[in-house]
Design a protein. Structure first.
Length: 112
């Protein structure tokens, strides 16, 4: 699976920046999750469908990465955050929806 991390308009890789900002233990787990996703080993991670075609993968201490699978070879990582409550925070939800729609219009697909 080819992973495509979301990049801001300034070119900042938001997924890697998020993981690098975490504690050492969380970073190790976050990079392990990325490796499992890249190697198509979804059986080694905890994930669930979040909304329509958007999924979230969980890792150490309530961290989440939201993603979509565009086709059998390409996975797009949209957003990473720490889930504070039982539900996704409104600001994070807005970001994920915006990025999923933006990606959908680029690829000519509907994710959300």
């Amino acid at each position: 699976m080819i992973l495509h991390n979301y990049k801001s308009t300034s070119g900042k890789d938001v997924i890697l920046e998020y993981i690098k900002s975490l504690s050492d233990d969380e970073q190790v787990d976050g990079f392990s999750v990325l490796e499992y996703l890249e190697n198509d080993e979804l059986n080694k991670v905890k994930f669930k469908r979040w909304e329509k075609k958007v999924y979230e993968v969980y890792f150490y201490k309530h961290n989440r990465i939201f993603y979509v699978v565009a086709d059998g070879d390409n996975m797009y990582l949209l957003h990473a955050c720490k889930k504070q409550k039982n539900k996704t925070e409104k600001k994070d939800k807005k970001i994920v929806i915006k990025r999923a729609k933006e990606l959908g219009s680029i690829l000519g697909k509907t994710f959300i």
